[in-house]
Design a protein around this ligand. Structure first.
Ligand SMILES: [Fe+2]
Ligand SMILES: [Fe+2]
Length: 205
């Protein structure tokens, strides 16, 4: 198992145990939304490759990241197929949309913020895979533990790029603002279970 202390120190809170209970109560939905997250992660990286063509480091890191996310996607849908979990369209969780709301509209702020949000989503995904793993069957546990390494690297890649595009300026204040928002989304009750949802509120879905 890899050392997750950096990611745990980075995030402002742990995933609540009640979310883990929700996940274990919705195993099919967990896999389905996990597949969506991998697909979305690949698509976000490719989107950045179209919008920012002038930086070879960004192009290279995002291309590799997109390939890895698509590979993860293939691994999730293979497990879904094997387990008879149908792939259906479901609504996205509030998480990514809410996290992206404060992203600035002018450059380079827009790029820096987008990269910071990417780092946070990768860090949270990594933390959740690690938190879920001990409760899962052998196959899923092995798979989720195998994802930790790449998601931890994606977290660092995003953060390194965000720092690079900020030039000499510190991004810490901006990172802290997004992290505070992220903590609120992770802790606050949510209406539907998703891979990045908060814990489900009593009486809801
Ligand atoms: Fe992934
Ligand atoms: Fe990732």
């Amino acid at each position: 198992m890899i050392d997750l202390s950096e990611i745990k120190n980075f995030l402002l809170c742990e995933t609540p145990d009640s979310w883990v209970d929700n996940a274990l109560q919705h195993p099919a939905l967990m896999l389905l939304d996990h597949a969506n997250c991998e697909k979305k992660a690949a698509s976000t990286a490719i989107h950045l490759m179209y919008r920012y063509v002038s930086d070879f480091e960004l192009l290279n890191k995002m291309s590799r990241l997109a390939r890895e996310e698509l590979r993860h996607f293939e691994q999730v849908i293979a497990i879904m197929e094997k387990r008879g979990v149908p792939y259906e369209q479901i609504t996205a969780s509030r998480y990514a949309a809410e996290l992206r709301k404060p992203v600035r509209t002018h450059e380079p702020g827009r790029l820096i913020d987008t990269l910071i949000v990417g780092a946070i989503i990768e860090a949270r995904s990594c933390e959740r895979f690690a938190k879920l793993a001990p409760h899962l069957d052998d196959e899923l546990q092995g798979f989720y533990l195998s994802l930790l390494k790449s998601e931890a690297r994606h977290f660092k890649d995003y953060l390194t790029l965000a720092q690079k595009f900020a030039g000499g300026e510190s991004i810490q204040e901006r990172v802290d603002e997004f992290l505070a928002l992220e903590r609120d989304l992770v802790v606050a009750g949510d209406s539907e279970f998703r891979f990045h949802s908060g814990p489900i509120e009593e009486g809801a879905g």
